[in-house]
Design a binder for this molecule. Structure first.
Ligand SMILES: CC(C)(COP(=O)(O)OP(=O)(O)OC[C@H]1O[C@@H](n2cnc3c(N)ncnc32)[C@H](O)[C@@H]1OP(=O)(O)O)[C@@H](O)C(=O)NCCC(=O)NCCS
Length: 192
């Protein structure tokens, strides 16, 4: 569990790192090989909450491998980070840092949406899953998803969902996600 410890979070973390420490490893669903697991992502690799200092550690460049990010100043970043942090028990952005290069090389977001339905329950939404193209195929995507799924259960969500392209359906199936017959993902885009 030492990989989860707050050792590299001198700067403000988005959420309490101890939440990751309390996750139940028996909830992890993916198959792992070569001694890698969510508890041991790999040599020099550390999994933890996003922190403010990650602006300088290439976090936004990583997101640019996923979609348009635009020019986000440090001030913009801190402003958005602070808004997220002030929404208690809502935003859980988990990152993997390569401690050797000091770069963020993987990230995934869990948003806990508060509901009235299902006995004032909450729903988890997985967003913005990305592993740097230099690190793909090293089981890091599996680690991020396993952690977010276990986290959503730990946080009391009645379900967790995500949207993805056809080519990624198989990736998400290994964590228990299923396509729902008769349900569609719809969107109305106002700008990119
Ligand atoms: C999808 C993504 C997060 C996977 O991360 P990764 O670190 O490369 O994947 P991992 O090494 O942890 O695990 C891949 C495992 O899932 C399987 N898999 C199935 N479909 C897959 C897919 N579409 N992409 C990658 N792996 C897939 C692989 O065969 C592998 O199985 P194995 O461990 O038994 O060999 C990564 O490829 C990525 O960032 N892609 C670009 C961004 C993206 O598409 N994000 C998802 C948005 S919905």
């Amino acid at each position: 569990m030492t990989d989860f410890v707050e050792k590299d979070c001198q700067e403000t973390p988005l959420f309490d790192p101890r939440i990751l420490l309390r996750l139940d490893p028996s909830k992890f669903k993916a198959g792992y090989k070569n001694g890698v697991s969510p508890l041991h992502p790999g040599e020099h690799l550390h999994i933890r909450p996003l922190s403010i200092g990650d602006y300088e550690k290439g976090y936004l460049d990583l997101l640019k491998q996923l979609t348009a990010v635009g020019d986000v100043s440090k001030e913009d970043f801190i402003g958005r980070f602070s808004q997220m942090k002030s929404c208690e028990d809502t935003y859980f952005i988990v990152v993997i840092e390569d401690l050797k290069s000091g770069q963020i090389i993987g990230s995934a977001t869990l948003v806990k949406e508060q509901k009235f339905i299902h006995h004032v329950s909450s729903r988890g939404r997985v967003e913005d899953v990305i592993v740097s193209d230099l690190y793909r195929g090293q089981q890091l995507g599996k680690i991020l998803l396993d952690v977010l799924v276990a986290l959503s259960q730990d946080l009391g969500c009645y379900k967790v969902s995500l949207e993805c392209k056809d080519k990624n359906v198989e990736f998400y199936t290994q964590f228990g996600f299923q396509k729902t017959e008769g349900q569609n993902f719809m969107q109305l885009r106002f700008f990119d």
